[in-house]
Design a protein around this ligand. Structure first.
Ligand SMILES: Nc1nc2c(ncn2[C@@H]2O[C@H](COP(=O)(O)OP(=O)(O)OP(=O)(O)O)[C@@H](O)[C@H]2O)c(=O)[nH]1
Ligand SMILES: [Mg+2]
Length: 319
């Protein structure tokens, strides 16, 4: 059963880099796994200031009122710079922060995108095991974190601000391709006309990008997170999306392939870890780097040279 403190502690374990904590985290994940899978995992992205937190507050409260349990996680590898956005996130979501059917976990501070992504995947599972059936993963729409989030969630919602034609031109096609749902926020007051025009622009731009799924044509819609209008339509669209993908088997196929990519990421990470902690490599590395810097060895040959020095984990020659 849901125990907020136990969940928070478990997430702290999976966020820790201490080797003994890693073992404990793996145990917790194994325990959680049989109780996972019964949720919808939604990535929510958008540029700073677009209204992600305000939207999640409105959307989360709407879902809680409808009987759901909502967990909010944040992926923000850049948060090292400002030491995490704990206060920011919680004060922007005052209602959700104190709601008994909601759980907000701010960005783990620091680390590589890969590390943050792994912790988020594990945290999602822990939240599911604790009985949360809607998992919202917030990420700032800069850098590569949205791709990582789109790959670990079921649905990807892209929030956009009302904007003129020039700004629209600047929106990267890559991010549009990720969106299952494009939501133009701030459709209120004096911004309403421009939001409406922006929606039309995006809707036609979206017709040019290849949809992620053959079962789903991405939709664009207007909301105001501030006045809480259009929020229910976002949820109905997500439910339609879930139905379309579930009926065709794509939902579970995607989750299966996400498990495999997670495994692949873990392998890559382990190999790198072992490699970087290898004594022979450490001894060779600087010397070879000096030759590269001096121009007496080309970087590509240097990499071969370094790998030749590696016996692999456990001493078995593997390269
Ligand atoms: N008019 C209007 N303002 C909004 C709306 N949603 C958010 N805002 C305002 O936009 C500003 C940024 O909102 P946030 O929710 O903090 O945006 P964010 O995307 O979470 O920002 P970061 O966490 O910094 O990336 C705040 O001043 C909000 O009050 C909306 O629907 N309409
Ligand atoms: Mg925010």
């Amino acid at each position: 059963m849901f125990d907020r403190r136990a969940l928070a502690k478990a997430i702290t374990m999976v966020e820790s880099t201490r080797p003994d904590h890693r073992l404990e985290a793996q145990r917790l994940i194994s325990e959680a796994l049989p109780h996972t899978g019964n949720s919808i995992r939604v990535g929510i992205s958008g540029t700073p200031g677009v209204g992600k937190s305000t939207f999640i507050e409105a959307f989360g409260l709407f879902l809680c009122a409808a009987g759901h349990r909502v967990a909010v996680l944040a992926v923000d590898p850049s948060s090292t710079r400002h030491g995490g956005s704990i206060l920011g996130d919680k004060t922007r979501m005052p209602g959700l922060a104190v709601h008994e059917a909601a759980f907000i976990r701010p960005s783990p501070s620091g680390g590589t995108l890969g590390g943050v992504a792994r912790r988020t995947r594990e945290s999602m599972l822990l939240c599911e095991a604790a009985g949360f059936d809607v998992i919202l993963v917030e990420t700032v729409g800069v850098g590569q974190s949205e791709t990582a989030v789109a790959q670990m969630t079921d649905a990807f919602v892209l929030l956009m601000a009302p904007a003129g034609g020039d700004e629209l031109q600047g929106v990267k096609r890559g991010i549009m391709e990720l969106a299952d749902l494009l939501v133009v926020n701030k459709a209120d007051g004096s911004l309403l006309p421009i939001a409406t025009a922006t929606l039309a622009d995006y809707a036609s731009a979206m017709r040019l990008v290849r949809p992620r799924s053959p079962q789903w044509t991405p939709r664009a819609m207007l909301v105001s997170a501030l006045t809480r209008t259009g929020i229910d339509a976002v949820w109905s669209a997500l439910e339609d999306y879930r139905t379309a993908l579930s009926d065709s088997g794509e939902w579970s196929a995607r989750r299966a392939s996400q498990q495999v990519s997670w495994f692949e990421d873990e392998v890559t990470e382990r190999v790198l870890e072992v490699f970087h902690h290898d004594a022979t490599i450490a001894a060779l590395r600087n010397g070879i780097a000096e030759q590269v810097a001096a121009g007496s060895m080309n970087p590509s040959r240097a990499a071969d040279e370094l790998l030749r020095g590696w016996n692999g984990p456990g001493g078995a020659r593997s390269v």
